[in-house]
Ligand binder design. Structure first.
Ligand code: B12
Ligand code: SF4
Length: 367
């Protein structure tokens, strides 16, 4: 029995456990194959603290079935087949992106049927935003971790180790149903977030990741906390969902993580958080990356304002930042203004030109 498993779902499933839409359908990019950073951070942290953990990335597991020639159509209920290999005291399910809400409810249902004594908790931005809705909607969901997951998950496991029958009261950062079945989230009175020095270094060969496919392109977490910008549509700046104010990870720690990833065969790293607004941090990071002469290239999810500094964009290319995605969001200045975006259409166009002239590739994203 595992202390905990952390599940990433496919988007959703049919009643018989067939995933929807089916894997590798040619008409969409299957984002669910990406291993979520939040999940691997929690898993590595719990593992480093002595717990027996597995990450269960369902799209990878189904892909593995397909590779064996055991096409999911020939398996009675592929999701049950997979999940019954993972009995755990606590089952955490990722609901970070809106894409996975339906899948998470479905999986909590299947998991509780297989292991009725296990506790099922959801976590991630969408779980945090709709915690009451999830707890009201399904009795198979016991709790929701609201905010960063490492410390609350560890407190929950500590509590369950002391008394396996435990109720979920008293775990800072966790919402649950009270005796009258009402969802409650007690105020968070102590700092439930990790000190950034305590962030784990992700080691792809660690036990929790035994069943993951690590692609050559991967992601790295180099900052935490709410974005200081005020874009109206964004969850990344929401106080109730993310209670930490913006902080960057120490550069030495980032370099150590890049070295570990490089040694494990990763060839391209994606940096994509709010750090783009912190030009002095980015400048120092990029200079140190150049100095290290890494044998991998980088992608940056960024913002048009970063390219106001021409020297910095030149250095980025020297550091092997070859691909940039930029949240442009609209081609209309008045819409951009109403959204609270800092950039104008002219800045967007100039940034693209700046990148292209220096030899980088640029694509737009709409969050
Ligand atoms: C990096 C990033 C990406 C990377 C993800 C890299 C990866 N491998 O995970 C990429 C570029 C792939 C990406 C893609 C997308 N993203 Co994005 N992304 C982000 C960003 C900038 C940071 C998230 C991050 O990794 N942080 C670092 C990790 C360590 O922290 P974390 O994810 O918050 O996880 C902590 C907690 O949330 C919690 N937690 C998270 N998961 C779980 C699970 C459990 C069980 C528990 C208990 C706790 C828990 O604990 C974690 C550790 O403390 C956020 C904005 C933001 N500032 O949060 C947007 C953001 C999350 N993305 C967003 C969107 C919309 C998308 C896309 C749908 C965009 C698109 N249209 O294609 C896709 C979906 C990707 C997918 N896999 O399906 C939105 C989400 C909005 C929403 N309502 O869903 C955000 C908030 C940006 C925004 N402007 O609104 N994204
Ligand atoms: S700059 Fe990006 S992360 Fe920051 S509030 Fe705007 S959309 Fe969200």
């Amino acid at each position: 029995m595992y202390d905990a498993i952390l599940i990433s779902t496919h988007y959703n499933c049919e009643r018989n456990g067939m995933v929807m839409p089916s894997l590798h359908e040619g008409d969409h990019e299957d984002l669910s194959m990406i291993i979520p950073l939040g999940v691997i951070h929690i898993a590595q942290y719990l593992h480093d603290n002595g717990f027996n953990i597995r990450v269960v990335h369902l799209p990878h597991e189904i892909h593995a079935l397909n590779c064996l020639g055991a096409n999911q159509d020939y398996v009675n209920n592929p999701i049950e087949e997979i999940l019954q290999k993972y009995p755990a005291r606590v089952c955490g399910i990722q609901v970070h992106w809106y894409l996975y809400c339906g899948g998470a409810v479905f999986i909590s249902n299947v998991y509780k049927k297989l292991f009725p004594d296990s506790k099922v908790v959801l976590g991630g931005h969408m779980a945090a935003a709709y915690w009451k809705g999830f707890l009201n909607f399904s009795k198979d969901i016991d709790g929701i971790i609201i905010g960063e997951g490492e410390k609350p998950f560890r407190s929950l496991l500590d509590k369950i180790q002391r008394s396996p029958e435990c109720d979920l009261r008293g775990v800072t950062g966790l919402a649950y149903r009270d005796g009258d079945d009402k969802p409650v989230f007690p105020p968070v009175s102590q700092n439930e977030n990790l000190d950034l020095d305590e962030l784990p270094i992700i080691r792809p060969d660690a036990a929790p990741f035994a069943n993951l496919f690590w692609q050559k392109r991967h992601f790295i977490n180099i900052s935490r906390g709410r974005c200081p910008e005020n874009c109206a549509y964004c969850m990344g700046n929401n106080n109730a969902i993310n209670r930490r104010s913006f902080q960057t990870v120490k550069i030495d720690k980032i370099l150590e993580q890049i070295r570990v990833y490089q040694q494990s065969g990763i060839r391209e790293l994606f940096l994509g958080e709010n750090q783009f607004l912190n030009v002095s941090f980015m400048t120092e990071l990029i200079e140190k990356i150049i100095h290290e002469k890494f044998d991998l290239s980088f992608e940056l999810e960024t913002h048009p304002v970063l390219f106001a500094d021409k020297k910095l964009s030149e250095k980025m290319i020297d550091a092997k930042f070859f691909r940039f995605t930029m949240g442009c969001e609209s081609g209309s200045d008045s819409v951009l203004k109403r959204m609270g975006r800092k950039s104008s259409t002219i800045q967007i166009l100039n940034s693209v030109k700046e990148i292209a002239e220096r030899g980088g590739a640029c694509s737009d994203i709409l969050d």
